[in-house]
Design a binder for this molecule. Structure first.
Ligand code: UDP
Length: 473
């Protein structure tokens, strides 16, 4: 609550400086924000989390943090069965509008309390989707840091998006044509490439992200230098703000932060099942918290998995089928008749998994993924080869990097999922074909290096901490 803002003193007898956080209330944005909060808390900062009612965090799982709910009435959650992307984009804009005034009120009250108690507030770390709230903070004299939860390449692409539209890449004529200004992207990897109707709104949302970065005192990215050296260099060249690549955040954060910031209950029983499997033998299947597929694609995917013959752990999330709004109350999607009999003893199906632990498990052989950035980072850092089945937003671009740049996975043929192709692709990735597994393990080593002593991300965390020490309201 706001009165507990004055959490006092470390052992050294002075008050802790407070860092404020405001995550975008979606799983893939909440996890890295809480990982960052955990990291900064461990470095001695007090933590206050502002949050919407929608997808509110469970305060009881973070007894060391203060929480300030901000009403987001008038911003109904995304539930368009016809176009989930459009609905999410609209929801993000509506959240900005709905939270603006109540956030101003609550932030002003917090600052007033802090002044009264003589406590320092350093800054607000906000998701780059929350431009209006970044504006509110700056209006009240609070410096902001922008957390972008996607890749460096993706932010670079967002910055270039208006230029690419002006050059005529979008609306898309030819999906497999290269974007020569931004290799290795193809036109089909651009957000909204498959849907001209939402191009205008997408353009607006991406402009706002870039504006949120420009309005801040620094940009924090969940990536690391060895993964995206050229992309990070380009961002440093093109942005006027300092860039802190501090990934992989899930490895730097002291607690398994995503297990405490998970919105759905993670089924830990599947870890016991994994313990019983042979090393590098299991296919893990998950499409994250938002991606969806048609009922027909689910059937083909299921038979592809069955026909591959390998053991599998499948996260069958409620709302995975297109047309069904994501809601925890919903029953999980049904698998085709005969699937369970065909795979008996070989598979485990859960509705939500402790994914970081699953991917880090010895039994992991490969990951059939939608290529959300967190999933991609978690797999890359665990040395697990990927079979990519991207759905929307930055996922196509992430898959492109996995397949074409890092070569630690392959992309499933986009047009129409077909069981024979799925089974063959699973076999190839499980096999680590063409050096895929070797490169994945090399990437794991480099990720560990980046967060080790003297590693690029470790050094950037130190720089970020110094910057935050220097910020004052
Ligand atoms: N996740 C999880 N259990 C699952 C599936 C996913 O805890 O069964 C976590 C995963 O570890 C990741 C996040 O949910 O941190 C999903 O983020 P990502 O960026 O991969 O995808 P999004 O859900 O945003 O599309």
């Amino acid at each position: 609550s706001m009165d507990s803002v004055g959490e006092t003193a470390t052992g050294t007898g002075h008050r802790r400086r407070r860092v404020l956080f405001f995550p975008l209330p979606y799983q893939g944005h909440i996890n890295p924000m809480f990982q960052l909060a955990g990291l900064l808390h461990a470095r001695g900062f007090a933590v206050t989390v502002f949050h919407s009612h929608f997808n509110a965090p469970d305060a009881s799982r973070h007894p060391d943090y203060s929480f300030v709910p901000v009403p987001d009435d008038g911003a109904p959650p995304a539930d368009s069965p016809t176009d989930a992307v459009q609905a999410t984009v609209e929801h993000i804009l509506a959240l900005n509008r709905a939270c603006e005034a109540p956030f101003r009120e609550r932030l002003a009250a917090l600052l007033e309390t802090a002044r009264r108690l003589g406590e320092d507030v350093a800054c607000l770390v906000a998701d780059t989707h929350l431009l209006a709230l970044i504006g509110v903070a700056r209006g009240l004299g609070v410096p902001t840091l922008a957390l972008r939860t996607g890749s460096a390449a993706c932010l670079r692409l967002f910055k270039a998006f208006p230029m690419l539209c002006d050059k005529g890449y979008l609306p898309a004529a030819q999906l497999d044509a290269p974007v020569v200004e931004l290799r290795p992207y193809r036109v089909g990897d651009l957000p909204s490439a498959g849907n001209a109707a939402r191009l205008g709104k997408m353009r607006e949302v991406l402009l706002r992200i870039v504006a949120a970065v420009a309005a801040s005192s620094g940009l924090i990215l969940n990536t690391f230098d060895a993964l995206e050296p050229a992309e990070l260099a380009a961002l440093r060249r093109d942005l006027a703000v300092p860039v802190f690549d501090v990934g992989p955040l899930h490895k730097l954060s002291p607690a398994a932060a995503s297990s405490t910031s998970s919105l759905l209950r993670q089924d830990r029983g599947c870890l016991d099942w994994l313990h019983a499997q042979a090393p590098a033998s299991v296919l893990y299947v998950s499409f994250g918290s938002l991606a969806n597929m048609s009922a027909a694609d689910l059937v083909e995917t299921a038979w592809g998995i069955a026909d591959s013959g390998c053991p599998f752990l499948w996260v069958l999330r409620p709302g995975l089928i297109r047309g069904a709004p994501p809601s925890p109350e919903q029953p999980p999607p049904l698998l085709p008749d005969g699937f369970h009999a065909a795979t008996r003893g070989r598979g485990a199906v859960v509705s939500w998994a402790p994914q970081e632990e699953v991917l880090a498990h010895d039994a992991m052989g490969a990951f059939l993924t939608h290529c959300g950035w967190n999933s991609t980072m978690e797999a890359a850092c665990a040395g697990v080869p990927m079979l990519c089945r991207p759905c929307f937003g930055d996922q196509m671009g992430n898959a492109r990097y996995v397949d074409h740049v890092w070569r630690v996975g392959v992309e499933l043929d986009g047009g129409g999922i077909e069981r024979g192709k799925v089974a063959a692709a699973i076999a190839a990735v499980m096999d680590g074909a063409g050096g895929m597994r070797r490169r994945a393990l090399e990437m794991k080593r480099r990720a560990a290096e980046s967060i080790g002593e003297g590693g690029s991300s470790s050094l950037n965390v130190d720089k970020l901490v110094s910057l935050i020490q220097s910020l004052y309201v």
